[in-house]
Structure formats: structure tokens, C-alpha cells
Design a protein around this ligand. Structure first.
Ligand SMILES: [Fe+2]
Ligand SMILES: [Fe+2]
Length: 481
């Protein structure tokens, strides 16, 4: 009994959404009680078997907006389809809109699950024959599969074309099987409705994304453009950080592609992961060309100043309404790791501070792309100081960093498996070796060389090299920022 009560309490919104589907379908009348009771039970079972498992996982559990937008899309899809089919017949049902939106904003699996739900729901309540059900299921599945691969707006129209052609084929089959006379208006509706729906989809998308902060791959690609004001500011105020972010983006994209995660999300989120450094760029190693301001600060204070880039980045991201998952990456790329460089410096100075005092606040990476960015960030920081990199040295460095972060248990909540980590290490090594093959030294390194020559002191240069080597060792153990 308690289990049933808990189940109802946890899933009351799902019961309500399925019930609302019936009421919206029958508006302005009340649903027929036989259809309501039997249909409701059947649709509830279908919902909990097919749809619920796909919305009971990340990123739904991270942000309530994912649930709200999904439920609203389903309900609006049912209402709109009902209104149009009443006016223009069953071939005018604009399923293309909700299914394409779900495929664009969520994923293929959820769009396929929603397709099955829509097709069975309409067949149940409208008493469709098997041909009608097959038409709905086929067109919805085409929209779901094509929609999940869309990266450009024009591809939405291409998907609409396939759905239109399928509808025409089914319409011809329908009239042939029933021995009916062809209704050319219905044929036109069947073919053009997906195109009209695709225009509505493209028009609605920016508003939905702005309101929900859930972005499709189309607009994630646009966000990662240098025209974005946040990235422009970063590139002007902190060019070193911008270069670092681009390198992290290359590494993260390749790794995400390899393990089947969202490579576009990984790339875009990597561009913004350190955007908070634009606030005080001169405190971060990649932007320090001459005097190091940390020489004047205590290690604890240095840690607090550097840790602030997470808070500042989150504020900027929220103010600019960046996608929720991109916002998540900003604190998660450091997780709850210890800033080892300043912790060790503090120990060297004889300060008795606990390592937790040098820990980032977290949370740990909550999804695969965030975990990949944490790894890419640490690997890029270490690779920056790798001199004369050979394939073997790069591989060892990458593997040491990944296993170090894994052993710190920072990836426990990311969903990355050991097999994923092996593939990520291989991909990182491949990308780094490609970069090193055509490597152009960091401007910072060049400037350091110039400064060293100007000092014209062999002894001083030697001292500097010693310091750099000790920095490299620290960098190799952890991300020093
Ligand atoms: Fe960072
Ligand atoms: Fe970074």
C-alpha cells in the first residue's frame, strides 16, 4: 500500500498529463466514459513502459524545465492536432511539430517513444484502422529519426519533405484499399502540412530555447560562434583563456564523438567553461605574460581569487541565458577537485591548512559531456607545458591525468564508463599529437623567451627553467588554475 502511495506521489504529474490528453482531445465536450476509463488505463501503461523510462534520467532529473517543456509539448501537440483534424481531416494532424521539437531539443529515443505514444493515442481515441495507425507511426518515426540528426535549419524542411511524401503514399494506399475517389484537397493537405509544420517549428524554436534554456544542436552551434558577445569579450580580455577554451573544445568534441555523446554540446560548453576568467584575466596562468600577481598573495587568497572564475562565469551565463547544460559545465569542470598548486605552495610555506580549504565547491560532473570537459581541461593544461612531446610521452601524460581524476572519484556521477575513459584517452592523444605536429608555440611562451633574452643572463634563465619544470610537475598532477 505504501509503495503504491509513493508511486502515485512521485508520478502524479504523469497521471495528470495522460488524463489531460483525453480532455484536450475531446474539447469542448467531456470524453466518453468508456473511452476515458479503458483508454486512460491503456495509455497510462504505455506511458510508463515507453515514455517514462526516457524522462526518468539525466538531464530531466537535473532541471525541472526539461519535464515542463516535454509535458507542454505533448499536450500542445495533442490539442493542435485535434483542432486541425476536426477542420481538415485526419491527414492534417501536425504531429511533425511536437515530434520534431522533441527530437531537436531532447534526443532520438524520447522522440521515438513520443511517436509511439501519439500514434497509439490517436488510433485509440479516433478508432483508426491499422492503415491509419501505420501512417501515423511511420510519419512520426521519420520525423523523430530525421529530427534528431538536424544541425541546420534547412534540414527541418528536408525532414518535412520525407514526411509529406510518406503521407501521400499512405493516402493513395488508403483510397485504393477502400475503393474511394481521390480527394485532391486531402492529398495537398497530406503533402503540405509537414512543410507548414516545419515553418512553425523553425519559428517557434528560438522562443522555446530562450524561455526554457534548453537548446537544440542548431542553436548550440550558433552559440559557439565568435560573434557571441561573451566569447568576444573573452577573446579580447583574456586571449590566453580563449585559446585554451578552443583547445579544450577540440579535445572534448573529438572525445564526445568517439563515445557517442553529444559532440556539439561538448564543443559549445567547452567554449564557455572558463568564461568567468574574463572578469580578472590577469590572475590566470594562460594570461600572465610578465609579473605574476600571485607572488604578492597568500596561497589561500590566490585560491579564492582563482576559484571566483566559476562564480563569475555562472553569473555571466545566467545573465546571458546560456543553455542549462552549458551553465552546468561551468562549476562541474572543476568538480570538487583540490587546487594542488596553491595547496602545495601553502604547505611549503609551512601553513597548516587542510586540503579541503583548496577545494572547488562542485558539483562533480553530472553528465558525460561535463566529465569529458573536466578531463580535456586538465589534459590541455598539462599538455601546454610538455616540451619535446613524443607519442609515448603524450600518451602517458593523458593516461596519468585521466586515471588521476578517476581515482579522485570526480567522474562517479558523470555516467562515463571505464571503456569510455579508454576511448577518451586514445582520442585525446590523437588530437594532441596532431596539434603538436603543427604546433605554433603559445604567444605567452614566445614572450617569455623574449623577456629571458632581454635579461641576458644565463644564470637567471636557468633559474627560470627550474621553476617552470617544477610548475610542469604540478600541472601534470592536476589542473592548475
Ligand atoms: Fe576553470
Ligand atoms: Fe579551463
Amino acid at each position: 500500500m505504501k509503495k503504491t502511495a509513493d508511486f502515485l506521489l512521485l508520478n502524479w504529474l504523469d497521471f495528470l498529463v495522460v488524463l489531460l490528453c483525453f480532455f484536450l482531445f475531446e474539447l469542448p465536450h467531456l470524453p466518453n466514459s468508456f473511452v476515458l476509463v479503458n483508454g486512460y488505463i491503456a495509455m497510462l501503461v504505455l506511458w510508463f513502459v515507453v515514455v517514462k523510462p526516457r524522462i526518468n534520467q539525466k538531464p530531466f532529473v537535473l532541471h525541472r524545465s526539461y519535464y515542463v517543456l516535454f509535458y507542454l509539448t505533448v499536450l500542445c501537440g495533442i490539442l493542435l492536432s485535434r483542432l486541425l483534424t476536426r477542420q481538415f481531416g485526419s491527414y492534417s494532424a501536425p504531429f511533425f511539430i511536437p515530434i520534431t521539437l522533441i527530437a531537436l531539443l531532447y534526443n532520438k529515443e524520447l522522440a521515438v517513444a513520443a511517436s509511439i505514444y501519439f500514434a497509439l493515442f490517436f488510433s485509440t481515441v479516433s478508432g483508426f484502422n491499422s492503415l491509419g495507425f501505420t501512417l501515423m507511426l511511420t510519419t512520426c518515426l521519420i520525423a523523430a529519426i530525421a529530427g534528431s540528426k538536424i544541425e541546420k535549419r534547412m534540414q527541418v524542411a528536408k525532414s518535412a519533405f520525407f514526411v509529406g511524401v510518406t503521407s501521400i503514399v499512405f493516402y493513395i494506399l488508403h483510397i485504393k484499399m477502400q475503393g474511394l475517389k481521390a480527394d485532391y484537397l486531402q492529398m495537398l493537405i497530406a503533402f503540405f502540412m509537414p512543410f507548414v509544420s516545419s515553418v512553425v517549428c523553425i519559428g517557434l524554436l528560438p522562443f522555446i530555447e530562450y524561455a526554457s534554456m534548453i537548446y537544440s544542436n542548431i542553436d548550440l552551434i550558433e552559440l559557439g560562434n565568435l560573434n557571441n558577445p561573451l566569447l568576444k569579450t573573452l577573446s579580447l580580455r583574456a586571449p590566453g583563456t580563449y585559446y585554451h577554451s578552443s583547445m579544450v573544445a577540440n579535445l572534448a568534441e573529438a572525445a564526445a564523438q568517439r563515445i557517442g555523446a553529444n559532440a556539439i554540446l561538448a564543443r559549445t560548453a567547452a567554449y564557455f567553461h572558463d568564461v568567468g576568467k574574463a572578469k580578472r584575466p590577469y590572475f590566470y596562468t594562460e594570461n600572465i605574460f610578465q609579473e605574476n600577481p600571485h607572488d604578492e598573495l597568500s596561497p589561500k587568497l590566490s585560491h579564492l581569487v582563482i576559484q571566483d572564475h566559476v562564480k563569475a562565469g555562472l553569473e555571466m551565463a545566467r545573465r546571458n541565458r546560456l543553455p542549462l547544460l552549458v551553465q552546468d559545465v561551468i562549476p562541474q569542470h572543476h568538480g570538487t577537485r583540490v587546487q594542488k598548486y596553491f595547496y602545495h605552495k601553502s604547505k611549503e610555506l609551512g601553513e597548516e591548512l587542510n586540503e579541503n580549504e583548496f577545494r572547488y565547491p562542485g558539483p562533480k560532473p553530472q553528465f558525460k559531456e561535463a566529465g569529458i570537459i573536466m578531463l580535456a581541461d586538465a589534459v590541455e593544461a598539462a599538455a601546454r607545458s610538455l616540451k619535446n612531446p613524443s607519442a609515448g610521452r603524450v600518451q602517458v601524460m593523458v593516461e596519468e591525468i585521466i586515471s588521476g581524476i578517476y581515482n579522485e572519484r570526480e567522474l562517479d556521477e558523470s555516467g562515463l564508463t571505464l571503456k569510455d575513459l579508454e576511448a577518451i584517452a586514445e582520442e585525446f592523444t590523437k588530437v594532441l599529437l596532431n596539434i603538436f605536429k603543427n604546433r605554433i608555440e603559445y604567444p605567452r611562451e614566445d614572450i617569455k623567451k623574449v623577456i629571458s633574452l632581454a635579461q641576458n643572463s644565463f644564470d637567471q634563465q636557468n633559474k627560470k627553467t627550474d621553476k617552470q619544470e617544477s610548475d610542469q610537475q604540478n600541472d601534470g598532477q592536476g589542473h592548475r588554475k
